[in-house]
Design a protein around this ligand. Sequence first.
Ligand code: 7RM
Length: 649
Amino acid sequence: MTDKKSEDFIADSQFEPLKPSAKFAKSARVNDDMLFREAQNDRLAFWAKMAKNLKWNSKWDRILDDDKPPFYKWFTNGKLNVSENCLDIHINNGLGDKKALIFEGEEGDTQVLTYKQLLKEVCKFSNVLTKLGIGKGDAVTVWMPMIPEAIIAMLACTRIGAIHSVVFGGFSPEALKDRILDSESKMVITADGANRRGKVIPMRNAAEQALEECPSVEKVIIVKRTGTSYKTKPGRDLGWSELMADANDRFEPVNMDAEDPLFILYSSGTTGKPKGILHSTGGYLVGVNTTFRYVFDHQEDDIYWCTADIGWITGHSYIVYGPLSNGSSTFIYEGTPDYPSRDRFWELVEKYKVTVFYTAPTAIRSFMRWGNDHVDKRDLSSLRLLGSVGEPINPEAWLWYHEHIGKGKCPIVDTWWQTETGMIMITPLPGLTPLKPGSASWAFPGIEVDVLDDNGNPTEAGQRGFLVIKSPWPAMLRTLHGDPERFENTYWKQYPGLYFTGDGAWKDKDGYLWIMGRVDDVLNVSGHRIGTMEVESALVEHPAAVEAAVIGKVHEIKGHAITAFVTLKEGYEGSDELVQELKSHVGKKIGAIARPEEIFFTYELPKTRSGKIMRRLLRDIAEQRDLGDVTTLMDPQVVATIKEGYTEK
Ligand code: 7RM
């Protein structure tokens, strides 16, 4: 890795670390270094203490089983149920009438479920699932819009011990099919349609394209959301409300082992095949319960809003399991921030008096671009804490967020973590950590990270390296579904014994961590992970394409914009029509988020002598940078030609 760029140093030195106000610190959950000291003293004892915040039906006999790394186990032989910890325990503590889930639809329809009401719905759906033959260990795919039923379905799965696999609603039927097949789901839960910017997007009809090729699926449950019509497949398709109408509203939670699988969530890797990241019950819940409480400084009367979709890990951990296991009130919104107008989010913050708001840098950059008028006309005085996740936040966006959304008084927690980590790993604690705009600060108590150079030595302050996690943590992924070998190879081989994050980072002189994003071929488009290989595989499936190289071009709003370089088969001519065709081909294969923004045709791709496509060069071309070292290139002429073509367009 090369040395840090000068901009990085500017980010480092430009700002005085911002201390939490005395007012915030005073009532904060954490305002001294107690947790850090406890964890430092005895990391496992710290996590065991945290685990005691949950209800266990039998206690574990070992905190961490590290007999067969990297296949770690946490809280072995402990027994618990996730939905019981998210619902029943709060009702037993007198919080039954507290709002658990607050929902607003795109059209302004609303729904509030108290803890008691949410428990009833979850129990009813648990009975529905059980009656339909779903039980412990069965996989259920959830492909739904952001509506309460999605969360009810997830919690019901955990209540009966089924393994949910939530697939992002914006993924294409093809992507859905791959994930249903890989998880061997017996059931799919979906909706007739979704509301999106005033239009109705059919879901059940789209799902049918996937279902036709998924023989393992015995039942499909369909929520009526938009009234979109579809042809029912008798014997397989069932309506959510019909099933729920006469379902019993009591269901005893199934006692699960701490290491029983809780869910699978597919995430992009460096090959065309997405990875089925497997999380298990006990450690995951301990991790998200603990981090939610301390990172978001959980207070009893908070109205907490995380804008993620439940199809991503952020939705799993910090819309559903973290907030609910803490007895918080979690708000969800069906739509996008710009419909019907660009003040929609701020209208919602004002209306629901949101106190804690957690979103992604890509959204923040859009808000900045849309102008302050949309923000200034709303009353945001209820906000007390802001969060950021998904990609590095540039200091400029951080400062805007702090000033215009937080009015200078809300700390910002820039939280670094991954689908694989399950829980927040690097983050400020808002009542304690002096903030540096653009830095996620330090590891959470009980988490050990470092930045290493190519030889595995810790880097000096200011020097770039690879971010690693040095010891197991409770919410860590347990394996990749059906592919333990890939699990070992992807995460545990670069530095034997350490978890390789795939991110580049550097530490500053004060020990703050500055995360620079992926070092592998994974793009981050608007906070969503897309593998370059996935897009490339989709492109070359088109009859006109021979070979494709996909890169992420730095994009002001989205983080990365997908740019594709494609070589064509003989007999095909590059044209605007073909560009459009290829773009929609990728959209159809993977989903709209993976649609390349630009496609270029080239007679060859730059390759190393061993035949590896040099994406770095293409990135440099796309970003109009000097090309640097090209000595390993097989045919340097290729680059010159591509560069010419690119600059001409
Ligand atoms: C939670 C989530 C993980 C990748 C990760 C990073 C990037 C996430 C931050 C960040 C800098 C952050 N899971 N990333 N958060 N980079 N600062 N606060 O996003 O599996 O979808 O993505 O996202 O590259 O490896 S994820």
